[in-house]
Design a binder for this molecule. Structure first.
Ligand SMILES: [Zn+2]
Length: 191
């Protein structure tokens, strides 16, 4: 004879609803109750909890990684922005440098033109320069290398250096001064 035992359960309405719902899924009320009891007896719930805990910890780590990635991405964005502004600064100084170079080139062109003008002017002055002066003592023209200078009160006397400086002839000797020029303006003002 098979062992059978009858169990009477008193249930509140919500507990009864629960039993009805689970019974539907497991075929009978008995099947539902036994499935529940076997589940309690086995360690399946404990394993599930452990699995859930493990999954939760993995989720936490994944969230941390995500947050770290976000931080890194923010940092990269900041770095990119900095690099961009640095690039802009470099471009701006390159523009300045180019403008400066243009200014220098134009100044140099101007200076070259001025130098050419001055060279022409110097050549013209050289052509105008006097190379020989007449010495009254020698009664002849004297080249530049034989000239000497004698400071006077108001200027400089130029004379033939083979003689002493004599500004005017007298009954003893003939003058040796050949020309006379003013002191340069700034030297005249200083003295
Ligand atoms: Zn002379």
């Amino acid at each position: 004879m098979r062992f059978r035992r009858r169990v009477v359960l008193e249930m509140l309405p919500d507990e009864n609803d629960l039993l009805q719902r689970v019974a539907k899924a497991h075929g009978t009320m008995r099947g539902a109750l036994l499935t529940g009891l076997r589940l309690l007896e086995s360690d399946e719930l404990g394993q599930l909890r452990a699995t859930v805990a493990d999954l939760e910890s993995k989720l936490g780590k994944a969230q941390q990684q995500l947050s770290a990635t976000k931080t890194r991405r923010d940092e990269q964005t900041t770095t990119a922005a900095k690099t961009h502004s640095e690039l802009e600064r470099v471009r701006a100084s390159a523009r300045d440098a180019r403008a400066e170079l243009r200014a220098i080139k134009s100044a140099r062109t101007e200076a070259d033109k001025l130098a050419r003008d001055w060279t022409q002017y110097a050549h013209r002055l050289e052509n105008l320069a006097i190379r020989h002066l007449f010495c009254p003592s020698c009664n002849d023209f004297v080249p530049e290398k034989e000239w000497a200078e004698q400071p006077t009160r108001e200027g400089v006397g130029i004379y033939h250096k083979t003689h002493d400086y004599r500004e005017k002839s007298n009954f003893l000797a003939t003058a040796t001064a050949m020309a006379w020029r003013k002191l340069p303006r700034e030297r005249a003002e200083r003295s």
